[in-house]
Design a protein around this ligand. Structure first.
Ligand SMILES: Cc1cc2nc3c(=O)[nH]c(=O)nc-3n(C[C@H](O)[C@H](O)[C@H](O)COP(=O)(O)O)c2cc1C
Length: 191
């Protein structure tokens, strides 16, 4: 598949199951390889990921439900819990602050670049999973869940949670995307 084909097939899939079309190790290898390949400003390697599957996947979404004290609908959380796993994306804060100290002229840019490279990793994984026939969606329950996630997984406090990506078998494809005149967002200059 070309990158464009992959982007065209990637969608937000909410109807996810625990039945993956590939071995879970293939998903883990794919996430690991994407983390290795996706660029970062000054090659600083600020991105961190955690792949959560099995019993810990269920525990993760129960902990997320608890962190909101019942303020998020149980059915909504159960939809994510029904997925085979979740990729959690983080920024390693000491890497970013270390770069700010080393290159004070760009100090303001490093946190922005870290977010940008994290987004690049997210789209790379999202697309690569889709190539495997694995569906995924993107959630942002941080920062409310940060402490609960850290406790559940025993993660360092300096891993700042950025996004949560439940993934799994595809129970139902989303509907067609609304048509868009994309030319309004693209200007071309050729002379
Ligand atoms: C940066 C970013 C943040 C998003 N946050 C959420 C979110 O918190 N919850 C959610 O259900 N979808 C979230 N989405 C998914 C978008 O709503 C979705 O990608 C968009 O509507 C286009 O649909 P598609 O993914 O099927 O192409 C997010 C997407 C992006 C790129």
């Amino acid at each position: 598949m070309s990158i464009i084909d992959t982007l065209a097939s990637r969608r937000t899939v909410y109807a996810l199951t625990k039945e993956l079309p590939v071995p879970v190790q293939t998903v883990i290898d794919t996430v690991t390889r994407a983390t290795e390949l996706v660029p970062d400003a000054f090659n600083m390697h600020s991105q961190r990921v955690a792949v959560v599957t099995g019993a810990r996947q269920d525990a993760l979404w129960d902990a997320i439900y608890e962190a909101f004290g019942g303020k998020v609908a149980r059915e909504k959380i159960d939809g994510f819990k029904a997925a085979a796993g979740t990729v959690l994306y983080f920024t390693h804060e000491p890497t970013v602050t270390g770069m700010q100290e080393q290159f004070p002229r760009y100090a303001e840019n490093f946190p922005v670049w870290a977010q940008q490279s994290n987004g690049m990793l997210q789209i790379a994984v999202w697309g690569a999973l889709r190539e495997l026939g694995v569906g995924a969606n993107l959630q942002h329950y941080n920062p409310v869940i940060d402490e609960a996630v850290r406790d559940l997984l025993g993660l360092p406090a300096d891993w700042r949670l950025v996004a949560q990506m439940p993934f799994g078998g595809i129970a139902a494809e989303p509907g067609e995307k609304p048509a868009e005149d994309v030319s309004a967002r693209v200007r071309v200059y050729q002379d």
